[in-house]
Design a binder for this molecule. Structure first.
Ligand SMILES: Nc1ncnc2c1ncn2[C@@H]1O[C@H](COP(=O)(O)OP(=O)(O)OP(=O)(O)O)[C@@H](O)[C@H]1O
Length: 265
């Protein structure tokens, strides 16, 4: 998988998809994210790494307003996608989440058929006009999630009956069925075995040709394999952000160095 890394020149010219400025997040009195500013490039995989509790998931959830669902969470600062403030009053968080899809740590298919899991988003957002179009979206989404051949003859069977790795790919198919622009993944492989993990990692690499992908991972090997940019968080701050190769071979900050060499975390 070494050829998946881009050169500095290639990454420099990438467009900024998400721009976060001076973001703070509080859960009641807990200050979970402290003054984080970051530009996330389009058509790239950005990895968020850092010790447990440093705020990776919290910051990820800010990017599609999932923190809105937590009563005690409060966010300050500004986050733009394609220059548009996603916290503006006019933005409907439900529509935002169709544009900024999310895949969670534990595969969480709906208790519905494989077909209906993928068809759910396009149906509720009115993205298709008829059954033939819906069939097409379901097939294309499952193909892109690299599982069409495995499930095409059992689309009416429950998604919950699939293996863990298949369920996670089904959740990815469900997330991409609404044609999102950004895909957020919160430790998507932590419940999977090495073979399923390798399949998801390959898939992530393919997905970046169409999406901006942001992945939270505890595995530094995984961050090094799948991402082109890496952000290292520590105690709610963004300590260092840059080319993945640079972060892993020549970090600027001692805390990054200590983390990637296993001295803490
Ligand atoms: N729903 C919540 N209510 C209250 N505090 C929370 C909530 N979610 C996270 N926190 C707190 O915010 C801080 C950051 O947590 P977060 O889950 O974002 O870290 P993380 O880096 O993703 O951790 P991990 O790697 O263990 O998943 C922690 O102090 C955590 O206890």
């Amino acid at each position: 998988m070494t050829n998946m890394r881009m050169t500095d020149a290639q990454t420099q010219k990438r467009e900024i998809k998400i721009a976060a400025r001076d973001v703070d997040v509080f859960y009641g009195d807990t200050h979970a994210i402290k003054n984080v500013s970051v530009d996330i490039a389009d058509n790239m995989v950005t990895a968020f790494i850092g010790p447990s509790g440093c705020g990776k998931s919290t910051f990820l959830r800010c990017l599609n307003r999932m923190n809105d669902t937590i009563d005690i969470a409060r966010i300050e600062g500004r986050i733009e996608i394609d220059g548009e403030d996603i916290y503006a009053a006019a933005v409907d968080p439900v529509l935002l989440r169709a544009r900024v899809g999310m895949v969670f740590q534990k595969p969480n298919p709906f208790p519905k058929s494989i077909y209906d899991n993928v068809a759910y988003g396009p149906r509720i957002h009115g993205l298709v006009n008829n059954k033939a179009e819906l069939d097409d979206v379901v097939e294309q989404s499952l193909r892109r999630a690299a599982m069409w051949d495995e499930v095409k003859d059992r689309l009416d069977q429950p998604g919950t009956g699939l293996s863990g790795g298949q369920q996670q790919r089904l959740c990815i198919a469900r997330a991409i069925a609404t044609a999102p622009e950004v895909l957020l993944m919160d430790e998507p492989c932590s419940a999977l075995d090495p073979i399923a993990t390798a399949q998801i990692e390959e898939l992530i690499d393919e997905l970046r040709s169409n999406y901006s992908v942001v992945i939270v991972t505890h595995s530094m090997q995984q961050a090094a394999r799948v991402s082109q940019r890496t952000a290292f968080f520590h105690l709610g701050t963004l300590v260092e952000y840059g080319e993945t190769t640079q972060i892993f071979t020549n970090p600027e900050d001692q805390r990054t160095q200590d983390y990637i060499t296993g001295r803490f975390g």
